[in-house]
Design a protein. Structure first.
Lengths: 393, 228
């Protein structure tokens, strides 16, 4: 048998281009539906895992999917903001903890997430190097963001202006890197976290500037009365919060009216959760409460429907490919008729001749199945990481 | 070596018929079959080899009544006892020269390959002048070299009977002589019987016996035989 298989092997090696094309096409057609299924399953698990760990979410009324994606993954369109006071209302209800999220700005393409210190405990995020947020103007950086941006404690990162044309609005803020987070294999790895107040400074809602009561700022003062000083634009605005100028930073207005993009709500128990959800059912409210897992399940249903179409398409293409491969094998056998006749005349046994001919088909099919299996294993191992990397690009 | 009695054969389709009352060929003789195309020369070679079986009559080759054997036994008989040489060489394009020579040992388990077989294959290749081309594929050989490879493949199992169907039909004069020399040398050295179909009357002088099929087609008579 081995002697006969050797002949089959020599045939395949001699016709290696034809063999490679056949193996490649059959491998891909076998792998496509299986690999797609593996990727969708893994992505589903990842999406679901983060959603499951986030019981409830409050945001402005609008697209629940936008709210969930922007709050869980800091992606998608930024939803309409709501008042920070909503956090106090939830907390005051005694039904849940409320963690504010203000994820509107970016630094070199990475999301800047304004939140409270509680967020880190809620997500189980730990500091790998440096320390936790302690002062206004500081940030802690996710592990992938730190690696990509070359950041480490003691370094700096500057927020990007919202718009290059927004000359009079948001100024870039140079933030000090207090620490770098441990790798968590979540969207948090790509984010830059700041205290919610630092995020408001980036938004231009708080600022620090030269003390206009001091003599060296006299040239900038336009008018002065008992309570107000009016100055012109020559007053120096600080773009970095340092120990020297930290005290000069202040916010104008009531903080409860300041914007946040979402609230992560952690109910005390199921009953509290149900009561809270009931309170947001009113049509008149400008805010909504969503269960991220419900929203993600709906998204997954859509993805699975799309996947079904893709798999159906792949199966049709696969059948066409297999039909083509069968045609190639049939033509091959036809072309080898003379060889079969020679082997018969010389005295080749029926089994040996059959093995020589079938080995071409068997080796091609077997190689394709093995390769498709290996590709599936590789996909299972690295597929989701590759997709995340692709999405980040 | 070969005994034929009351042979009758026809293919499933067409008008062709081969009838032979009696024919005997002695062991070690060299016989040429001549005659017009379609007169049954190749058919007779195939009958003697057991590639096809007659509807009637006896064919005995090397003491074995081939036509009564099963298909599997006829194959075993051919691979061990008969060396076949074809006009179109019939080498396998995807095998090297050495693998082509060793082919009989890879397609029938009744032949057991060992190191001595490989050594014999290399010696044969050396004898016919293709020892330096053992790793080449047939497409990179000349016509003469290809037929020498085919002859090496035919004689490697040391058959008692060589059947050659126009073995020099595609060769130039120099290679004709060279290939025939190899076949006759083998037959002479081993005492093997050789039957060859040929249209080349210039070569007939080399054979001990010539059987002319000219008047034999569809006639139930013994062919005209010319002894040399």
């Amino acid at each position: 048998m081995i002697r006969t298989l050797y002949l089959g092997w020599r045939y395949l090696v001699y016709h290696r281009l034809k063999t490679s094309i056949l193996v490649t096409s059959i491998t891909l057609i076998l792998f496509l539906p299986v690999g797609l299924r593996v990727i969708v399953d893994q992505s589903s698990k990842q999406l679901t895992a983060r959603a499951v760990s986030t019981p409830l979410m409050v945001g402005s009324k609008g697209s629940p999917l936008e709210l969930v994606l922007s709050t869980l993954y800091f992606r998608s369109e930024i939803p309409e903001t709501m008042d920070y006071g909503e956090a106090a209302q939830v907390a005051d209800s005694g039904l849940a903890r409320a963690i504010p999220i203000y994820a509107k700005f970016r630094a070199r393409g990475r999301p800047i997430v304004g939140t409270s210190i509680e967020y880190f405990a809620f997500r189980g995020l730990r500091i790998a190097t440096g320390r936790q947020l302690a002062r206004l103007g500081e940030c802690v950086v996710g592990s992938r963001a730190a690696e990509a941006m070359g950041l480490e404690p003691g370094g700096h990162v500057v927020s990007s202006p919202e718009s290059v044309f927004d000359l009079a609005g948001v100024y870039p803020l140079k933030m000090n890197v207090a620490g770098v987070l441990e790798y968590s294999d979540t969207a948090d790895d790509d984010a830059i976290f700041v205290d919610i107040k630092t995020a408001w400074v980036i938004a231009g809602l708080g600022h620090g500037h030269q003390d206009v009561s001091r003599p060296e700022a006299a040239g900038a003062v336009l008018s002065r009365d008992d309570e107000n000083v009016t100055a012109n634009a020559s007053v120096v605005q600080y773009t970095e919060i340092t120990d020297e100028n930290r005290d000069s930073f202040h916010f104008h207005g009531d903080l409860s009216g300041f914007p946040i993009t979402a609230l992560v709500v952690v109910p005390l128990d199921h009953k509290s959760s149900a009561i809270l959800q009931g309170r947001y059912e009113s049509e008149e409210l400008s805010t909504q409460i969503v269960r991220p897992i419900t929203v993600m399940d709906e998204l997954l249903d859509t993805i699975l429907t799309v996947q079904s179409f893709v798999v159906a398409g792949a199966v049709i293409v696969g059948l066409a490919t297999l039909a083509s491969a069968a045609l190639v094998f049939m033509l091959s056998l036809r072309l080898r008729r003379r060889e079969i006749e020679t082997l018969f005349k010389i005295g080749g046994s029926r089994l040996a001749i059959g093995t020589v001919m079938v080995s071409e088909i068997a080796v091609v099919l077997l190689s394709s199945v093995v390769l498709a299996g290996l590709l599936t294993l590789v996909t299972r191992e690295f597929g989701s990481a590759a997709i995340r990397a692709l999405i980040r690009m | 070596m070969i005994r034929i009695e009351d042979l009758k054969f026809r293919y499933g389709e067409g008008d062709f018929r081969l009838s032979m009352a009696a024919l005997e060929i002695e062991r070690g003789s060299t016989v040429a079959f001549v005659g017009p195309s379609g007169s049954g020369k190749t058919t007779l070679l195939n009958l003697v080899a057991g590639i096809i079986v007659p509807q009637n009559g006896l064919i005995e080759t090397d003491g074995v009544e081939v036509s009564t054997l099963s298909d599997a036994h006829r194959r075993d008989f051919r691979i061990a006892k008969i060396g076949l040489v074809f006009q179109e060489f019939e080498l396998l394009e995807y095998l090297t020269v050495l693998d082509n020579i060793l082919l009989p040992y890879r397609i029938n388990p009744s032949l057991k390959p060992d190191l001595s077989v490989r050594r014999r294959a290399e010696q044969l290749a050396e004898q016919v002048g293709i020892a330096d081309k053992l790793s080449r594929f047939p497409r990179r050989l000349s016509q003469g070299e290809r037929q020498r490879v085919a002859v090496c493949r035919a004689v490697l199992p040391q058959p008692a009977l060589l059947l050659a169907d126009e073995p020099t039909g595609n060769l130039d004069p120099l290679n004709k002589d060279r290939v025939l020399d190899i076949l006759f040398d083998y037959a002479g050295a081993t005492g093997a019987t050789m039957l060859a179909v040929t249209h080349d009357h210039d070569l007939l002088g080399r054979f001990a016996r010539v059987i002319d099929f000219k008047d034999y087609h569809e006639l139930d008579t013994t062919p005209r035989t010319e002894e040399r």
